[in-house]
Design a protein around this ligand. Structure first.
Ligand code: MTE
Length: 349
């Protein structure tokens, strides 16, 4: 019996940024222990005994919700992939600055909460509402200015009113773990993880574009190295897949080996995953499992290899919007949204 257990892979400790050991995880619901951690600041100091959530701004009926109020409203539970926009950043060529995430800035679990829409309806948003700003309790200095900021981001009003955008209070059937946003966290299915604000402090409806640095400086695709020309905001997840097994640079014997992994998208569903074991000359469609609206799918393929040698194995996913992983990912200065065809190399001896 093998008693070894996987651990998080540390990228930085202050603030804490750690990867999920995705290659070593067999189930599709990730426990708190193995859930990646992505923070811009130190963890906040909160006093939960007096926790109230204000919903205010461009509304007719500002609200102050207690946790009990929120938990008594109709709720829903959704299995959601949370992928950091910087996932796989280390694979960009040329290399870019920032946390050098490999394949593990992604996790999945069951989030339960009240649709944000319900809270907005109770506050009666006024005509002309454009965005909903969600602010977290964590604060700190950024590297680009001396000003102190809290982590805050806005959602366009349509996404805020989407019935599956949740103010969550449970993860996998228990309270949300502190490092992942206890007691309340926004969950925005289909968007990269930066939208899912942890430790929600305040929700403000605005009638103009919010311009906080976590959406005007960071989480913007800058296609040029030396200018901001062509900048566009980072929003929905791109179609993507990761090979979990075998490991990159693993040494195998001849025979049958299972190749497996996951695939996910921020638009529609994954409809196809193809594998190549000959550097992309030929492709085979593989079996897909558990197609759920916002979760990743597992895929697997039994590879029979009779000849010794080095093999490049690739995986390529397609979604129901016809989006396909590309050989060349879209390079951008801050290294977001990497979704190049996944690639590993193995040696058979
Ligand atoms: N919310 C707050 N308040 N502060 C943060 O630093 N990081 C965001 C998002 N929400 C962040 C936040 C980013 S970039 C990601 S990818 C996810 O939270 C990471 O969530 P996790 O740490 O629970 O994995």
């Amino acid at each position: 019996m093998n008693l070894s257990k996987p651990y998080l892979t540390t990228r930085s400790l202050q603030p804490e940024n750690q990867e999920t050991p995705i290659q070593f995880i067999k189930n599709n619901i990730i426990s708190e222990r193995l859930f990646f951690r992505r923070n811009h600041f130190s963890y906040p100091n909160l006093t939960y005994s007096s926790y109230w959530l204000p919903v205010n701004g461009h509304v007719r009926n500002p609200q102050l919700f207690s946790l009990q109020n929120i938990m008594s409203l109709p709720s829903k539970a959704l299995t959601v992939v949370l992928e950091c926009a910087g996932n796989k950043r280390s694979f960009f060529e040329p290399k870019v600055f920032g946390e050098q995430w490999e394949k593990g800035a992604i996790s999945q679990g069951v989030w339960k909460g009240v649709p944000l829409k319900t809270l907005l309806q109770l506050a009666h948003i006024k005509e002309g509402a454009l965005e909903v700003v969600v602010e977290g309790y964590d604060v700190g200095k950024r590297t680009d200015t001396d000003k102190v900021y809290s982590y805050a981001r806005s959602l366009p009003i349509e996404k805020a009113l989407h019935e599956d955008t949740l103010v969550a209070y449970e993860y996998n059937g228990g309270p949300i773990p502190f490092k992942h946003g206890f007691p309340l966290r926004l969950i925005v299915p289909q968007w990269y993880g930066m939208a899912s604000v942890k430790w929600v402090k305040q929700i403000t409806i605005v009638n103009r574009a919010f311009s906080g640095p976590f959406q005007t400086v960071d989480y913007v695709y800058y296609p040029k190295k030396d200018s901001d020309e062509g900048a566009t905001p980072v929003t929905t997840m791109r179609v993507n897949s990761s090979i979990k097994k075998p490991l990159d640079r693993e040494i195998l014997t001849t025979g049958v080996h299972e190749i497996n992994g996951i695939a996910w998208t921020g638009k529609g569903l994954i409809v196809k995953v193809e594998i190549s074991t000959d550097s992309g000359q030929t492709w085979t469609e593989v079996k897909l499992r558990n197609k759920d609206q916002y979760s990743w799918i597992d895929w697997s393929y039994d590879w029979e290899v009779a000849e010794k040698g080095e093999y490049t194995i690739l995986s390529k996913a397609t979604d129901s919007h016809g989006r396909v992983q590309r050989k060349e990912p879209y390079w951008n200065r801050k290294g977001y949204g990497y979704n190049g065809i996944d690639r590993i190399k193995v040696k058979v001896e």
